[in-house]
Design a protein around this ligand. Structure first.
Ligand code: TXA
Ligand code: MG
Length: 343
């Protein structure tokens, strides 16, 4: 897009938000489905479009440097420090909300999730919307509830097809660089609690606030977070996590039973020594293989696009090699575990 084209797309989208319509926008993590957070009718459209239960709170996005006093009851010192260190960037902070944040946005909780995304298009839209409207964009990931999050404009089209260009304005900002949803840290209760792991790690947070965040299971009555449901981020095909050493046996068993198999593994297909029985193109089509990037940042960036490709293969099962142990892979492992879980 030309600079002029991009500017007019952003102006158009800011106006759509002001008019109470939905805008799908790029962020550095995943694409969001946004609405004016101060407009109940507009926010309701998000829940309807996603098929999302009303008690699942939405994250509210703000521009860099936005004055948050009006929106929160109290700004803890830790929040100020973390904003200075990581905003704009993939960190959502849960804070006690003021009465100016509608209950619909927060699922009737007394706290609000605030995030300042670093994607330049998201920032430009937030700035423009602060000029013409509230400047607050409530946006969950732009996918149907429970499904794989979108990391390209094409993925958003696949989720909301007919509505794009009609009731949803989509801004294409290219593929998302981080690829998995933001880290969520709850600061509303006096002690920091990690609600969802992401690219910003507990160790990075501890380096700024001086204490390691608690895990959800270490505190009572942690706030709800939909990404914390057992089943989430899930492709439609059954997905199983498999140890590297078991991959060949599991894939061969399915292939030998005449089934189609989709694999995400660190090894190449040749090195894993798995091939469908039979010869020619038809046999080859029974195995769809993606060799994953070995570094965690690249793996995370590609994860949802890879899951979508494997889901589209029409396989009986998706087999995913379990990623390495260690804290660096926590966020990726978290998403894969949920993708592998059925209700
Ligand atoms: O990276 C991201 O955070 C993306 C992009 C679009 O910004 N957004 C995202 O939104 O992942 P969503 O709705 O898919 O996930 C939002 C998570 C949910 O797990 C929700 O329950 C939690 O944030 N959340 C929001 N407000 C909350 C609150 N007040 N208390 C507890 N959890 C909250
Ligand atoms: Mg989501």
């Amino acid at each position: 897009m030309t600079e002029d084209g991009e500017l007019s797309a952003i102006r158009h989208a800011a106006q759509a938000l002001k008019d109470g319509a939905l805008v799908a926008l790029p962020t550095e993590t995943v694409y969001g489905l946004g609405a004016d957070a101060t407009n109940d009718k507009a926010v309701q459209k998000i829940f309807t479009a996603k098929g999302r239960p009303a008690d699942h709170p939405l994250i509210v996005h703000v521009a860099k440097g936005a004055d948050l006093k009006r929106w929160v009851m109290h700004m803890p010192e830790a929040a100020t420090q973390l904003m200075a260190a990581f905003w704009p960037g993939p960190l959502t902070l849960i804070l006690k909300k003021s009465r100016h944040i509608p209950d619909l946005v927060t699922g009737n909780q007394d706290s609000v999730g605030l995030r300042c995304p670093s994607h330049p298009v998201a920032q430009a839209l937030l700035r423009e919307f602060a000029q013409v409207g509230s400047g607050l964009i409530a946006a969950p990931s732009a996918n149907k509830f429970g499904h794989v999050s979108p990391t390209t404009a094409e993925h958003v089209k696949n989720e909301f097809g007919a509505a794009i260009g009609k009731t949803i304005t989509l801004i294409d900002g290219g593929p998302c660089e981080v690829g998995i949803e933001s880290t969520i840290l709850d600061l509303s209760s006096g002690k920091p609690v990690l609600l969802r792991p992401g690219a910003i790690t507990p160790a990075q947070i501890a380096a700024v606030i001086g204490t390691m965040p608690f895990n959800r299971d270490e505190v009572e009555a942690a706030p709800r977070a939909s990404g914390t449901l057992a089943s989430h981020y899930a492709p439609r095909t059954v997905l199983r996590l498999v140890q590297a050493g078991d991959l060949k046996q599991q894939a061969d068993a399915l292939l030998n039973a005449g089934k189609r198999v989709a694999v995400l593994a660190f090894a190449t297909q040749a090195n894993a020594n798995i091939s469908p029985p039979g010869v020619g193109v038809r046999a080859a089509r029974r195995l769809v293989w993606i060799t994953a990037e070995g570094g965690v940042e690249d793996y995370a960036r590609d994860l949802y696009a890879n899951l979508r490709t494997l889901d589209a293969a029409g396989a009986a099962e998706i087999l995913v090699e379990i990623p390495p142990r260690g804290a660096a892979w926590d966020a990726v492992r978290d998403r894969l575990m949920r993708a592998a879980t059925r209700e």
